[in-house]
Design a protein around this ligand. Structure first.
Ligand SMILES: C[S@@+](CC[C@H](N)C(=O)[O-])C[C@H]1O[C@@H](n2cnc3c(N)ncnc32)[C@H](O)[C@@H]1O
Length: 352
C-alpha cells in the first residue's frame, strides 16, 4: 500500500501533527494574553527574567519559564542570555498586535476566543450530531439555544468581550471592505447590527460626504457609546430591533456578519424589510460582508471554520456566492456583484 503513496502523502502525518499542535499554540498565546505577559514586557524598559515576570504576574516560576520559552519558539518574544540568566523581551509584533493598548491590538479577539469560543468548540461533536442544528449555548453555558444574542450578552462583561472581538476584526479588514466597491453614490448609509461602529467609522472615512448611522439593539448602542466612542466621531447611533421593530430609511444598508447568524427564513425576512426601506424609489443598495465559501466546496478553510463556528454558536452558516445571490434575488434585489478581498471577509453589493 505504502509504495503507491506520493511523497506528500507519506509526509501527511507530519501535517496532521502540525494541525493537532495548532490548538496548543493558540493556548500558549491565549494564556500569555490572559496573564498580561505582553502588557508587562511592553512597559518594561529592559528585558526581564522569568523570575521577575512570574513575580509581577503572580504565577509559578517554572510555568512562566516554559510559557516564555514557547513564546520565543513561535517568534513572538525574544530571549538573550546574560550571566547564565535568560532575559525575555517583546517583539514589534507582540507590542502591536498582542499588547492591550495598541490601536491594532487583537487582545479582545484573543480573550473572546479563549474564554467563549474555545469552550463552545469543546462541544463540536454534539453540534455535528444535532439533527436540528442546535447551537451549543445550552450545553456550554446553560443558556437557551433559541436566544442567540441573549446568550452572547449574558452579562455586561460578556457583551464587552464580544463587542471587543467585533471591533478588532475591522482593524485588519475594514479598509478593504469599504473600498471593495465605489459606494460614494450612496449618501445615507445605515449599518444594521453595526455593533461598536468600527466598520461604520471606516465607511465614514472613505466616504466623507455620506452620513453613516449604526443601528443595533438598545443595550449594544448604550455600551458602544460608553466604551467605543471616539473623539470627533462622524457616525451616529440609533437603537432598535431589526426583526421586530422599524428600521431607518437609507440609500445603502450594510449587513456585516449578520446574514451568517440567522436561518434562511429570517435572512429573507430581513432583506425584504430592507428592500422596502430605501430612501429613494430606485437605486438603493445593500452591502453584505461575509466570509464567502467557494462554490466547489474546496475552501477557503477560514470560511469553512467560521461556518462550523456558526453551528456551535448561532442559527446560521457561511455560504457560497450562489446562495447569497439566490437569497438576494428572492428578496427583490436585481443586480448582485461579488468581490473577494483575499482577506478574511468578502463583500457582496446588491441593488434594486
Ligand atoms: C455578529 S455581530 C456583527 C457586528 C458588526 N456588524 C461587525 O461586523 O462587526 C451581529 C450584530 O447584530 C446585532 N443584532 C443582533 N440581533 C439584532 C436585532 N434583532 N436588531 C438589531 N441588531 C441586532 C448584534 O447586537 C451584533 O452587534
Amino acid at each position: 500500500m505504502a509504495e503507491h503513496l506520493s511523497q506528500s502523502e507519506l509526509d501527511y502525518p507530519f501535517k496532521l501533527l502540525e494541525y493537532f499542535n495548532g490548538f496548543r499554540v493558540s493556548k500558549v498565546i491565549f494564556s500569555a494574553c490572559e496573564l498580561g505577559v505582553f502588557d508587562l514586557l511592553l512597559t518594561s524598559a529592559e528585558p526581564l527574567s522569568a523570575v521577575h515576570v512570574a513575580r509581577e504576574l503572580s504565577t509559578s516560576q517554572d510555568g512562566m519559564e516554559r510559557l516564555l520559552d514557547a513564546l520565543v519558539g513561535i517568534e513572538i518574544l525574544e530571549v538573550e542570555q546574560r550571566d547564565g540568566t535568560a532575559l525575555y523581551s517583546s517583539t514589534d509584533v507582540a507590542n502591536l498586535y498582542l499588547a492591550k493598548g495598541s490601536a491594532k491590538s487583537l487582545h479582545d479577539m484573543i480573550i473572546y476566543q479563549s474564554q467563549t469560543i474555545y469552550p463552545l468548540w469543546n462541544n463540536m461533536v454534539d453540534a455535528v450530531r444535532s439533527v436540528e442544528g442546535k447551537n451549543q449555548n445550552e450545553k456550554t453555558f446553560g443558556l437557551p439555544a433559541e436566544e442567540v444574542f441573549q446568550a452572547m450578552y449574558r452579562s455586561e462583561e460578556e457583551m464587552l468581550k464580544f463587542m471587543g472581538l467585533m471591533n478588532s476584526s475591522w482593524v485588519l479588514d475594514g479598509h478593504d471592505i469599504v473600498t471593495a466597491f465605489n459606494l460614494s453614490g450612496f449618501r445615507t448609509i445605515v449599518d444594521l447590527g453595526g455593533c461598536t461602529g468600527a466598520l461604520a467609522r471606516e465607511m465614514a472615512k472613505a466616504y466623507p460626504s455620506s452620513s453613516v448611522v449604526v443601528f443595533d439593539l438598545p443595550q449594544v448602542v448604550e455600551t458602544a457609546r460608553k466604551h467605543f466612542a471616539q473623539e470627533n466621531d462622524r457616525i451616529d447611533f440609533q437603537a432598535g430591533d431589526f426583526f421586530s421593530g422599524e428600521i431607518p430609511a437609507a440609500d445603502l444598508f450594510v449587513l456585516a456578519r449578520i446574514i451568517h447568524d440567522w436561518s434562511e427564513e429570517k435572512c429573507e425576512l430581513l432583506l425584504k424589510k430592507i428592500h422596502d426601506a430605501f430612501c429613494r424609489p430606485s437605486g438603493g443598495g445593500v452591502l453584505l460582508v461575509e466570509a464567502m465559501l467557494l462554490e466547489n466546496r474546496r475552501g477557503p478553510v477560514t470560511a469553512q471554520i467560521f461556518s462550523l463556528n456558526m453551528l456551535v454558536q448561532t442559527e446560521g452558516r457561511e455560504r457560497p456566492p450562489s446562495q447569497y445571490t439566490r437569497l438576494l434575488q428572492r428578496s427583490g434585489f436585481g443586480s448582485v456583484q461579488l468581490c473577494r478581498t483575499g482577506k478574511s471577509y468578502d463583500a457582496i453589493l446588491a441593488t434594486r
